[in-house]
Design a protein around this ligand. Structure first.
Ligand code: ZN
Length: 457
């Protein structure tokens, strides 16, 4: 529920900061998105078509890697006029994106002013960039999607998820800036890596004290917390909406979360590369795609041929980032699998297309020496911040709880990294033997996906 500070923040402080002082168009974009979410499907497709044509006109002219790839398959700019024509263009795999970092950048402004790293769900870190305008679109898209769950910046929120800051701290100045920003927005961050009963009891106490308007969590972490709350009979709060991210939300986990926090459980699907791709609305019937910012395709590949997945069919997610001109992602394979859903108006009234469910984001839960559960995303978060030193990784926890960690080093790899990994393992996985091995490559398993964190059963 929005209180006085929330009203002040949303009505005055935030607009003054974002639109006035920083002159960012985020809130203007958000207003536009709040309007276009009620557009008809034809209108939404027209928006996508116009944005796609502009993006491709820029890409054909100014992005060397895309230009040469398009030329290889003999596709010209005038061949791609409709959204369906995207299928004529080659897909961009993660390996390809990682290998052509420089050639994927635009040679003219807008340049990729923001650079990031991700370990993703495949274990191979990727450096990528995007321009500032794309960042404003991303923020506005996130605010709208989270808004469906009731999230408003400035309302008190608890974020129960992984923090690379805790594992590999950034410079002091950055930490102070981030912490001030979180305080103003009243965002409370709690590291979800540790999932022992003690850790969950401590999170429960924080929630009782803070009485947040909304909780944001990694799916598996939120589910573990919910089960703890139910088993200990700790719930003393009113229904609190929960936004679940980063991992797949399984039906039994959703049921536990609904019992512990209330019926408003909202699954979201995003990635570091393009941020919020799809989010659940109040009708809770699939995830609405962020159509104004992204074209999300679900494709079925069979050898060299490919086609769009039919409703109910599972396929690979390929995303086209409509407002990133700095280093475009066009038909980029996220590494996730999703189930396609037929088009049609949602019970909420929106025509935004939907994904039925996103598969392949399941991570195994690790155990420390005493058998206490630890988030399987722990290593993803750690190596996302160390991508300049490690090209790829894989973790296998054996039956005796020993961990085999395979690392593919980059030229910047050093002993300090080994020390940092050892230190974090000793902290989060006490009592577990850690064996590290440097390898030239890690082979991908069936389906082209690597189980980055695997626990032997
Ligand atoms: Zn809906």
């Amino acid at each position: 529920m929005t209180d006085l500070y929330g009203i002040l923040f949303q009505g005055l402080l935030y607009p003054a900061w974002e639109s006035g002082l920083r002159r960012r168009p985020t809130l203007r974009y958000l207003k536009r998105l709040e309007r276009t979410q009620w557009c008809s499907l034809d209108e939404l497709h027209a928006l996508q078509r116009a944005a796609l044509r502009n993006l491709l006109a820029h890409t054909f002219r100014n992005v060397p890697h895309a230009r040469s790839r398009f030329a290889e398959v003999g596709v010209h700019q005038h061949d791609v006029c409709e959204v369906e024509d995207l299928a004529k263009l080659p897909i961009l795999t993660r390996d390809e994106a990682a290998s052509h970092f420089e050639a994927r950048k635009s040679t003219v402004p807008p340049l990729p002013a923001i650079g990031k790293m991700t370990s993703g769900t495949t274990g191979r870190p990727l450096a990528f960039g995007y321009d500032r305008d794309s960042e404003y679109w991303r923020q506005a898209t996130k605010l709208r999607g989270y808004g469906w769950a009731g999230y408003r910046p400035g309302d008190r929120s608890v974020h129960f998820w992984g923090s690379s800051n805790a594992l590999s701290p950034p410079p002091f100045r950055t930490r102070v800036k981030v912490s001030l920003d979180h305080s103003a927005r009243r965002e409370h961050y709690i590291d979800c890596t540790e999932r022992s009963e003690d850790a969950l009891a401590s999170v429960t106490r924080r929630i009782k004290k803070l009485k947040p308007s909304i909780i944001l969590c990694y799916a598996q972490a939120g589910a573990a917390l919910a089960r703890h709350v139910i088993e200990t009979g700790s719930r003393d709060w009113r229904d609190t909406p929960v936004i679940s991210a980063a991992e797949r939300l399984f039906p039994n986990d959703r049921a536990a979360m609904a019992e512990a926090f209330g019926p408003g459980i909202f699954e979201t699907y995003g990635s570091r590369e393009v941020m919020l791709m799809a989010a659940e609305c109040e009708a809770h019937e699939g995830l609405h795609v962020s159509m104004e910012n992204l074209i999300v395709e679900v494709i079925v590949r069979d050898g060299a041929s490919q086609r769009a997945a039919r409703p109910g069919e599972i396929g690979e997610v390929a995303v086209t980032d409509l407002h990133n001109y700095g280093a475009p992602f066009i038909r980029y394979l996220t590494g996730d699998l999703a189930i396609e859903r037929s088009e049609g108006r949602c019970a909420c009234g929106r025509w935004l297309t939907k994904l039925e469910a996103v598969e392949g984001r399941a991570t195994d839960t690790l155990r420390d020496g005493a058998g206490r559960p630890v988030s399987g995303l722990f290593f993803n978060v750690l190596f996302a911040s160390l991508a300049h030193k490690v090209r790829q990784f894989q973790v296998v926890q054996r039956k005796d709880r020993a961990i085999d960690l395979m690392l593919v080093p980059t030229s910047q790899f050093d002993d300090a990294l080994l020390e940092l990994v050892k230190k974090n393992c000793a902290r989060y996985l006490p009592g577990v033997e850690l064996r590290m091995e440097l390898v030239p490559e890690i082979s991908v398993e069936h389906g082209g996906k690597l189980r980055v964190v695997r626990v032997e059963s």
